[in-house]
Design a protein around this ligand. Structure first.
Ligand SMILES: CC(C)(COP(=O)(O)OP(=O)(O)OC[C@H]1O[C@@H](n2cnc3c(N)ncnc32)[C@H](O)[C@@H]1OP(=O)(O)O)[C@@H](O)C(=O)NCCC(=O)NCCS
Length: 199
């Protein structure tokens, strides 16, 4: 397969939703976990591509999108924009679930209603990212290249540092982040925050 990395184009959006779902269970296919296949993408992929398209890069294999890196340069400002421009319509579309609803769908709908939370320990790392490659594109150096392109862009934008969060179950991604230059910032109950200084 012939892989290329290019800037995001609006026609990629539907593929970002698909890739987000197909890697959404700690790196594995989450299709069977969600009744609504768009929920993961509503929270973890689409708002970044729509609100900060210059920080979204897409991997294509023989022309078809099969991976991405996306994020924001300033998490506080991005979270504010999500409150104003992204979540209101989704909060109407997806009413809060019953308290005893423990489904995966309900978990993401609650996140949509809660919005993003600012974590004090991450304030010195203003940018953040999400990266996902379909299995066909994994293990060939594309993840490392995406991190390089993303951090180059952040340096160009004079962003001092970035962070990311990864679930503790996703041991492969944890190994990857450590290998490509991220350091541990803080460990939460179910996830780990990694960071990288850019200056
Ligand atoms: C995690 C992911 C982004 C890594 O991208 P990738 O293209 O597969 O990784 P690369 O081939 O670029 O590997 C880069 C380096 O990390 C290392 N690496 C990759 N996986 C590793 C692992 N499980 N443990 C240790 N090192 C690992 C590679 O050996 C390579 O080292 P080198 O460049 O020094 O030889 C990709 O596999 C993926 O998208 N997985 C599914 C979705 C996911 O889990 N996303 C993260 C959600 S937080």
């Amino acid at each position: 397969m012939n892989f290329k990395i290019r800037s995001y184009h609006p026609s990629d959006l539907v593929s970002l939703y698909r890739i987000c779902l197909l890697t959404g269970d700690s790196g594995s296919d989450a299709s069977n976990l969600y009744k609504d296949p768009d929920l993961l993408g509503h929270f973890y992929a689409a708002p970044y591509a729509v609100l900060e398209p210059e920080l979204c890069f897409v991997v294509t294999g023989d022309g078809s999108p099969c991976g991405y890196i996306l994020g924001c340069r300033d998490s506080v400002k991005f979270f504010e924009r999500c409150e104003n421009e992204w979540f209101p319509v989704l909060r109407e579309r997806y009413p809060l679930p019953e308290a005893d609803d423990n489904s995966h769908d309900a978990r993401i709908i609650r996140l949509i209603h809660e919005g993003h939370k600012i974590v004090d320990e991450l304030k010195d790392y203003p940018a953040h990212l999400h990266i996902d490659l379909l299995p066909v594109a994994q293990g060939q150096g594309l993840g490392r290249k995406l991190i390089q392109i993303f951090t180059d862009k952040l340096r160009e934008l004079k962003t001092p540092a970035l962070h990311l969060q990864v679930g503790k179950r996703n041991t492969a991604a944890i190994g990857f982040y450590e290998r490509v230059g991220f350091h541990l910032i803080i460990e939460f109950e179910y996830s780990i925050a990694f960071g990288m200084k850019l200056t």
